[in-house]
Design a protein around this ligand. Sequence first.
Ligand SMILES: O=C(O)c1cc(C(=O)O)c2c(n1)C(=O)C(=O)c1cc(C(=O)O)[nH]c1-2
Ligand SMILES: [Ca+2]
Length: 594
Amino acid sequence: MPTDVRLGRIGACALVCGIALHGLHDSASAADPVTQERLLNPDREPGNWLHHHRDYASQRFTPLNQINRDSVKNLRVAWTMHLGGTEGGGIWSHGGLEGTPIAENGFLYVTDGWGSVYKIDTRGGRGRLVWKMDPKTDRDWAGAVACCGVNNRGVALWGEMVVSHTLDGRLLATNKETGEVAWHRQVADPEKGETITGAPLIVKDLVITGVAGAEYGIRGWIAATDMKTQKEVWRTHTIPAKGEPGSETWKDSHNAAATGGGSTWVTGSYEPSTNTLYWGVGNPGPDWDHEYRPGDNLYTDSTLALDPDTGRIKWHFQHTPNDPYDYDSAAEKVLVDLPAAGGQAARRLALTADRNGFAYALDRANGGFVWGTQFVKRVNWTSGLNPETGKPNEYDPNKAVQPYVAASIPNRQNAKAVICPGNMGGKNWPPTAYNPALRYWYIPVIESCNTITNEVMKPGESFKPREFFTGGGPSQHERITGSVTTIDATTGKIVAKLETHFPQLGGFLASRDLLFGSQPDGEVFALDAKTLEKLWSFHTGGGVNAPPMTFTVDGKQYLAVLVGLGGAWDKWFIDSTPELKTVPPSSTLYVFAL
Ligand SMILES: O=C(O)c1cc(C(=O)O)c2c(n1)C(=O)C(=O)c1cc(C(=O)O)[nH]c1-2
Ligand SMILES: [Ca+2]
């Protein structure tokens, strides 16, 4: 780290840090650098929220319990703050908010869709902006190659830096005290259709970055940058190069792998005991013309386990081989340890709720299939998962083009097909949450079917840099709704379901006896952790498209959620939820307290 940056921090600390110590009740002090030790032990400072998914296991569970089953009825707005980021750019008329705030010692760090970072002082029962870092994102350049909205899902903390991404492909390190950008690095290249929407993940001194762009014919990757040297340490492509293991699953003769997708746009998980990174991989490209890319198309639609020091892939599990539906497997991986019980050995699971409508438990040791459960009401593309392998029943490893249920496949013989789940999937990026005492895993569900029209992609002709390379497109022929679905991780069985009027586009936060979530019409709610009975609800007046989180300051627990409907819904799926057409674009942080 350059010395001038350190001096800047100390200078600012004279003004700010003395006061900061005042409001503390957590074990860390305001000026504490965020070390690997702290990132490994989030429960030592339960009033903070240091990781995108709160902990490395991505459980989004808080031990805080002032807001509980009895007190939640008294939850009300404590304060709000209007942020920016609603400008349009490229193919987008406005930005939205999908971020999870990070909380450290009374300060929140939040992003808007264009990657501006806001440091907010929350002491004293209200919010005050300390600084705003505007990265001056090239809105048209990036917004022209963002498939699914002006999205930025939040920051990470490392040392005395706030680490963030921008849609136009940069990684930035901003001085936490001053808001000055210490350095930045171009990691993704919008010239190739690459953007970044996911929050960074810090592992030791590395920051891990995932890429978006599978709808633009990118060749996906995950990259690690050393925060100390500012240099790239590794970049693992999710589509193997010719001759590498997995390259044999691209069986065409026109190099479909070069434009084969495999984005990595949702933040993954980390397991310290085995030094393993778990990360999801998005759809193959072109999305809806799978005859263009015969073969299983590894590692698209897969869960990967990687060595965070080298980027080496330890194992993979592919959910939808030769996918004709756009069923990205980008979603977060929830790491859950189950003790031996009922004749069953102890299990180390990675849970993931896939867009294809099935929730999976994988064995973290080797990627083995443990259980799979259909969590949406309607699945029409397969008759189910093979209980031994976890592959769709129709999957035939000897076939280059997969024969899933014929009527569901948009292809060259069947240009229009109805698919269930629709291409947004049974669950998209909004995160699940897990209650470790109940062993309940909560999935924010989209209950949908939609219509896909195939367009034949021609080798050497159809692919054009920075243009959609999707092999067709979706339309909405019916209403889309949602549900909150609870799965018992020990059995894989659904134990509760609350149907919601709208699809679940925000994601969840679990506490000991509550589950917090939202609806895109503006409602924020708290449910009973066991029964999903609605115990509290508030209408924010703007569309909610982001997960709630919680923190404490001055000994008091707060619930925070960003409000501002953005993402993919507006452009691609709004016809299925006509009421949402009149939800105004907004950009507000809501903070609730008892
Ligand atoms: O494959 C990709 O690169 C990619 C990226 C993103 C994104 O970065 O937001 C989305 C998708 N795919 C996608 O398929 C999708 O349905 C989607 C919804 C959203 C959203 O924020 O609402 N993003 C994305
Ligand atoms: Ca995608």
